[in-house]
Ligand binder design. Sequence first.
Ligand code: ADP
Length: 346
Amino acid sequence: MNIHSSWGMALLLAFLAAMIASVCVSLSFFIPDTSQFWYMLVTFAIVFIIVLLIGYSLLNKFVVEKITPVYKTIRGTSQQDSAKNGKLTGTGMLAEVSKEVINWAVNRNREIAQLKQMEKYRREFLGNVSHELKTPIFNIQGYVLTLLDGGLEDPAVNRLYLEKTEKSINRMISIVEDLEAISRLESGEMELEFEVFNIIPLVEEVFDLQEVRAKSQGIRLEFARKYDRPIKVYADRKRILEVVNNLVINSINYGNPDGRTIVTFSDLGDDLLVEVKDTGIGVLEKDINRIFERFYRVDKSRSRDFGGTGLGLSIVKHILEAHGCRIMVQSTPGAGSTFSFQLKKA
Ligand code: ADP
């Protein structure tokens, strides 16, 4: 309700009251018939003005003052401000209604803020994806144009450029596969297939997969000690292999020459603690919480040199969250990092 509708209501009230008063006067036996009309007119005018003024001020006081803060709140005023400005304290139905509307408006504001944040993520994500894909696409375009411009007949160039093209294509495939994995994990489409398995051969499998990469960087892949007996866990084997593989790849990519990657298992009762420790470059305090964000890299060129997509740790985090656990990290810049997580023992 605004100032105009307040006047409108007061006018209506005044008119009704004046009508009633003048009818009462006309029915009065004490007023002679000849002057009845003038009495009615004067009564109507006096009652109309009095009721109009009183009605307007009362309406303004009790209605407009209560409605305005509610109105303000709906238009985006914060709860604190509207409570302060609108004198919403007190009791009564109107105060209750005000509180209800304010709660409703605050909730809507929160939802709008969340949607805006999601929209911001979505825009950033799309920007990152197109940026990441542009580099290999332009590289491929450059190699193909060079080959078409005569490079195809030049034995010093043709094979080299085809190999570079293949490398760029592989990079695009990695990005697309990682994106697919992330979107399936985030949408909850990826269903986990839980099973009981021995985690020692899983880590050995990862060591075999990354043997060449580790050797090329002069890094040894090893267990903290010899584990003689099987260590059985209950999880999705394929996904946990992906987690360990990503962590081991990072330990090599961000490791120092002649370094080590050490995998440790510790019994925590119902759970098993798995740690992947390296003696690499480590992560600065300011970056430590951000490295799990999609596309966040501390050193972009180093990551790209090793074919990193900037999505590995994000995938790791999602897979572990789908298992109901968290990825943890401890790091000392220049000395190395330890990434760890817990799995349910079987
Ligand atoms: P990338 O494909 O760039 O490796 P990740 O999501 O796996 O993407 O990792 C994100 C960033 O976290 C990396 O770019 C790197 O800067 C940092 N990082 C990850 N693992 C390690 C590690 N073991 N040691 C130091 N830095 C790491």
